[in-house]
Design a protein around this ligand. Structure first.
Ligand code: GDP
Ligand code: MG
Length: 445
């Protein structure tokens, strides 16, 4: 299936000639194929429509990188937006500071709730050293409770004994009591599904929710069900409330399109994916991997990324040469601001990484004020090419025009010009110092 798509996209790209910026025709031609690819990957139709419109807006007018075709460039935009929409970062299961944490798994019959309950128990026990209690709230199917008990034996996790005739919400309450008394960290509540979504199921699950007050309400859904999954997700979202999604059967042939649909419909992160029937086949969700699965264009994406990197490197080298000559215009300043902006993004990333929080904060305090940077960049981008090269051209009327264009005041423009003048002076001084000067300051020549 993927080969087919790649070939088709390949043909479209061959037809597109290289131009400076992506035109509407370029984008539309590539997006027609992407649309088919998304539908083939089982992304729900309304989600596809919304996604395509969104990407179109981002892609038209974008500069095509050297050594890259317009089609490849569009694929990169599609990929990036896909990753972004799939959640960008990874999201883990939330545990309460005060145990036990109740986690409820909901979904249709056969979606993989019971299997996922067993897998999650194993994961929490082995990876996070948690004491887990599982409880089957499935009074619909007689075999369901035995199924969970079996899984409990397999993974070495306790299962709540069932009492005949006990209704689901009472089981949930009893599970929580037992977990508190027994010193368990997590209680997994495996609920019953139905073949199709119905009012009875919704009522039952809502009752369990009220009884257990779960920290996580995870919708378990089958990656292979594609289009239907959306209606299910909407009902659970509205009537139960969800905190996340577990996508099952993301193995073999599954093309992962349901991931995008689920994320869009629920607005909640996909926390885990099931990739097989075995109990260890439960993995964290990596948006970039699923994007690659949906599009099947990983090679193109890394090609464009390489092209991007090499251009950034060239730009940095060009700037360095200019600085050596003591020249530093407003374009150069804008480029530096953009690099700072990237570092600002990095500081946020670092805040999220365990153990790196402090460093991220330090970086952020070190004047990487995003908004200020954006304002500076807005001012510079309201200037003409000539003005950026020769700031001395910018007199009163031009200042007014630039201020208006960027939504700033003339004082703001003055401040920026002053900053630039100072930076330029410093560059000249560095140049004057020259090689000898640098050597005298203890630097190698
Ligand atoms: P429930 O009705 O929602 O509790 O669904 P079950 O947990 O009983 O799962 C139904 C079937 O799907 C079982 O045969 C499972 O082995 C299978 N299953 C569950 N998760 C996965 C998965 O991630 N991959 C595959 N291939 N099969 C799965
Ligand atoms: Mg079940």
């Amino acid at each position: 299936m993927f080969d087919n798509l790649q070939e088709r996209l390949g043909k479209v790209f061959e037809g597109l000639t290289k131009r400076g910026a992506l035109t509407e025709e370029d984008v539309d031609a590539a997006l027609r194929e992407v649309r088919v690819a998304l539908l083939e990957a089982d992304v729900a139709l309304p989600v596809v429509k919304q996604f395509i419109a969104d990407v179109r807006e981002r892609a038209v007018g974008q500069e095509v990188l050297r050594s890259v075709t317009p089609g490849q460039q569009v694929v990169k935009v599609v990929n990036d937006r896909l990753v972004e929409m799939l959640g960008g970062e990874q999201s883990e299961i939330t545990l309460k500071t005060e145990p036990p944490t109740p986690i409820m798994l909901v979904g249709l019959q056969g979606s993989g709730k019971t299997t996922t309950t067993g897998k999650l128990a194993k994961r929490l026990k082995e990876k996070q050293k948690k004491r887990v209690l599982m409880a089957s709230l499935d009074v619909q199917r007689p075999a369901a409770q035995d199924q969970l008990k079996q899984l409990g034996w397999q993974v070495g996790v306790d299962t709540l004994d069932n009492v005949p005739g006990e209704p689901p919400k009472a089981i949930a309450k009893r599970a929580l009591q037992q977990a508190t008394l027994g010193g368990y960290d997590v209680v997994l509540l495996d609920t019953a599904g139905r073949l199709a979504i119905d009012d009875e199921l919704m009522r039952e699950v809502a009752e369990i929710r009220d009884a257990a007050q779960p920290t996580e309400s995870l919708l378990v859904c089958d990656a292979m069900t594609g289009q239907d999954a959306v209606t299910t997700a909407e009902r659970f979202r509205d009537e139960v409330g969800l905190t996340g999604v577990v996508l099952t059967r993301v193995d073999g042939d599954a093309r992962g399109g349901a991931a995008l649909s689920m994320r869009q419909v629920t607005g909640k992160p996909i926390k885990l994916i099931g990739t097989g029937e075995k109990l260890e086949e439960l993995e964290p969700f990596y948006p970039d991997r699923i994007a690659n699965r949906i599009l099947g264009m990983g090679d193109v994406v890394s090609l464009v990324e390489k092209a991007q990197e090499s251009i950034e490197e060239e730009d940095a080298q060009k700037l360095e040469k200019k600085l050596q000559k003591g020249r530093f215009d407003l374009d150069d300043m804008a480029q530096q601001y953009k690099q700072l902006q990237k570092m600002g993004g990095m500081s946020q990333l670092m805040n999220m990484m365990p153990g790196m929080g402090k460093m991220g904060k330090q970086l952020q305090n070190a004047k990487f004020d995003e908004k200020a940077l954006n304002r500076q960049l807005a001012i510079i981008s309201s200037m003409t090419k000539d003005e950026r090269k020769r700031p001395e051209l910018i007199k009163a009327s031009r200042k007014q025009r630039i201020a208006k264009g960027s939504g700033m005041t003339v004082q703001d423009v003055n401040k920026l010009l002053k900053q630039h003048a100072e930076a330029q002076k410093m560059m000249k001084r560095v140049k004057k110092m020259g090689k000898k000067g640098l050597q005298r300051h203890g630097m190698p020549g």
